[in-house]
Design a protein around this ligand. Structure first.
Ligand code: F6R
Length: 615
């Protein structure tokens, strides 16, 4: 939620800030703004709507300044107005601030600051922080050290909530101060320039050398160097790491949208998730980052998976696979529920947090709660160096590359692939036979080409999407490990096309949702499991009998009766446990093309943001 960029270097800051914001727009896109500090004076541009609106203003202003901060907003406190857009300048004009997060105690602080003569022109919690920094800056009059750093430090000690911030001060024309707590902030170390940003993608084309800042650290950057201190003013010796994302991974290339690009990248991203992770005899998998030994894993009695949104759906699939292969009881919780539920957990429980971004606040809080209780807590994340990746006891990277489309696609299928491999690994530590292991590895290795086969049907699926795009309600129905995929298909459709869609276990339909069935409410059936195909076909008959249109996804070995469905999508035959991966792909294409048919903004759907760093 919200993206911030700060730049100091030799180039005009405006273009670097705008380019960075465009890459961070997936984090929020209600409004955007920037402040350039030139000759001790701020020039501030803000506008509601997309970054491009600020870019238009910037073209007219042509500021030559080489230091500045910027922000793309996902509104929390205060409506979507120019005034509420960041940066926020303190009422004495000294401090400019951009902020990602929420200042929970902003009201008492606001009253305090009003009592000291500070005034407010927005409804945001952020303006309170910029005035608070200005207040401390003023009271630190004769301070010997760096007065801005100290005033930021004193302000942050008073603040409750979360923040990733970048701060400018008119008296320090060459420096930006950054700090973070539970919101991401990364320092890019370029050639004669430094960039602060919420995410590596903001500066991936300028540098791949990064410092991942930690909570409660304050960074000061100027044209020549950077320094990091803790809230207790202790010096931090930071290491500069190199991220191995290809710079063009953040470009659209020949695609029209990131969602399209990321759907079509799946043969590669699934391959990447598996690469180097099979045993030499191809009978099991292994993961370098799992910090528990096979002996320790054998003593695990229960696994708890936590995640949000699509990541939660991948956890539901994992429940089926791990229980089936390893016979270990699995529970799945929404991260947002787990953190407050105080669930009694078995002594030998292992906790997994699944999060593409590694920054989702609820998932991070679930991780912290699990660690506080002393459970070994591992993570499956995509973003290297993300907070969840760093705070967990170990884990598995997805290697999906940057996912920029707000609706998760390639990261979700990579999660499914890794969780299937995890089920294999745990299964082989227990009762799964060598032969079954070999068979499953063979099936996993087929996935990239099978996904490519489904992608070849894109035009066909586009035609189906066009046919149904005018409908207002959809049901998605699947059973067992395909039920989470029904949930995922419904989520994808509602996210990017604003059509109301619900996912249900197919047999549950008769307990209520069947009341919705009519010619106006199509059902998407996942009819891919041979063992229960007859049951699924009966459910389809029930829908057809009530005039409901049916789109079915099936496999050849299910021998789906001709003409039963109005539209049929056939996916390749694969191992039963891998059907969730393959069945996801046509649903992603269906959602993508429906969104296009309805002229929706597919990469930036309304009200959403990719990385949800507020509660
Ligand atoms: C859906 C989607 C979201 C995310 C959720 C968790 O398309 O993208 O539901 O899956 O916000 O995000 P991560 O995985 O980054 O924790």
């Amino acid at each position: 939620m919200c993206g911030i960029v700060g730049y100091v270097g030799k180039n005009a800051a405006v273009q670097v800030l705008i380019d960075g914001l465009k890459r961070l727009e997936y984090r929020g896109y209600d409004s955007a703004g920037l402040a350039i500090l030139d000759k001790g004076v701020f020039s501030v541009l803000k506008k509601t709507g997309r970054v491009v609106n600020v870019e238009k203003l910037a073209r007219k202003s042509k500021s030559p300044g080489t230091i500045g901060i910027s922000h793309t907003r996902w509104a929390t406190h205060g409506g979507v107005t120019d005034n509420n857009a960041h940066p926020h300048i303190s009422s004495d004009g000294k401090i400019a601030l951009v902020h990602n997060g929420v200042i929970e105690n902003f009201l008492p602080l606001k009253h305090f600051l009003e009592g000291h003569g500070f005034t407010f022109s927005s409804e945001t919690d952020t303006e309170v922080l910029s005035n608070l920094i200005a207040y401390h800056y003023k009271t630190l009059g004769g301070y010997n050290g760096n007065r801005v750093i100290e005033s930021v430090r004193q302000s942050l000690m008073q603040v409750e909530g979360t923040y990733g911030i970048a701060v400018l001060c008119t008296d320090y024309p060459d420096q930006i101060i950054g700090a973070r707590k539970s919101s991401p902030l990364i320092l890019g170390v370029g050639q004669g320039e430094y960039i602060l940003a919420s995410d590596v993608t903001a500066f991936a084309l300028r540098t791949q050398n990064v410092v991942f800042l930690r909570d409660d650290e304050i960074v000061c950057i100027n044209r020549d160097e950077f320094s990091i201190t803790t809230m207790e003013d202790n010096r931090v010796h930071a290491s500069i790491e190199t991220v191995d994302w290809a710079p063009d991974a953040v470009e659209l290339g020949d695609y029209k949208h990131f969602m399209e690009k990321e759907i079509f990248e799946q043969p590669q991203s699934i391959e990447n998730a598996m690469r180097g992770r099979f045993s030499q005899d191809s009978s099991t998998s292994h993961f370098g980052g799992l910090t528990l030994t096979p002996q320790e894993l054998r003593h695990i009695d229960r696994i708890l998976f936590c995640g949000c949104g699509s990541a939660w759906h991948s956890c539901l699939v994992a429940e089926h696979l791990i229980e089936r292969f390893a016979r270990i009881p699995v529970e799945v919780e929404y991260a947002s529920e787990f953190r407050y539920r105080n669930a009694p957990l078995d002594k030998h429980t292992l906790v997994f947090i699944v999060s593409q971004s590694g920054e989702t606040l609820d998932s991070l809080a679930a991780l912290q709660e699990s660690k506080r209780k002393g459970y070994p807590t591992l993570a499956i994340t995509n973003v290297v160096g993300s907070t969840i990746a760093r705070e967990s006891d170990g884990g598995i990277y997805q290697r999906s590359g940057p996912e920029i489309g707000v609706a998760s696609t390639k990261a979700f299928t990579a999660q499914l692939t890794i969780l299937s491999m995890l089920a294999l690994y745990l299964g082989r530590l227990r009762d799964m036979s060598y032969e079954d292991g070999i068979r499953f590895v063979e099936a996993l290795k087929m996935l990239p080409q099978q996904v490519a086969q489904i992608l070849n049907q894109a035009e066909y699926i586009q035609a189906i999407a066009h046919k149904y795009a005018h409908h207002r309600d959809f049901l998605f129905l699947g059973r067992q490990s395909l039920f989470p995929i029904a949930l995922e298909g419904a989520l994808k459709l509602k996210e990017v096309s604003y059509i109301h869609a619900e996912g249900y276990p197919a047999a549950e339909m008769k307990h209520g949702p069947i009341a919705l069935i009519s010619p106006e409410c199509p059902s998407v059936f996942l009819a891919t499991q041979k063992s229960i195909i007859k049951k699924t076909l009966s459910n389809i008959q029930e829908v057809k009998a009530r005039g409901g249109p049916v789109i079915a996804v099936t496999t050849e070995e299910c021998h789906f009766p001709k003409n039963l469905a109005d539209d049929l999508i056939v996916i390749p035959h694969c191992h039963e446990a891998l059907k969730p991966v393959l069945a996801t792909v046509p649903l992603q294409l269906f959602a993508y093309y429906t969104s296009l048919a309805r002229n929706c903004d597919v990469d930036k759907p309304r009200n959403l943001a990719k990385s949800v760093t507020v509660e």
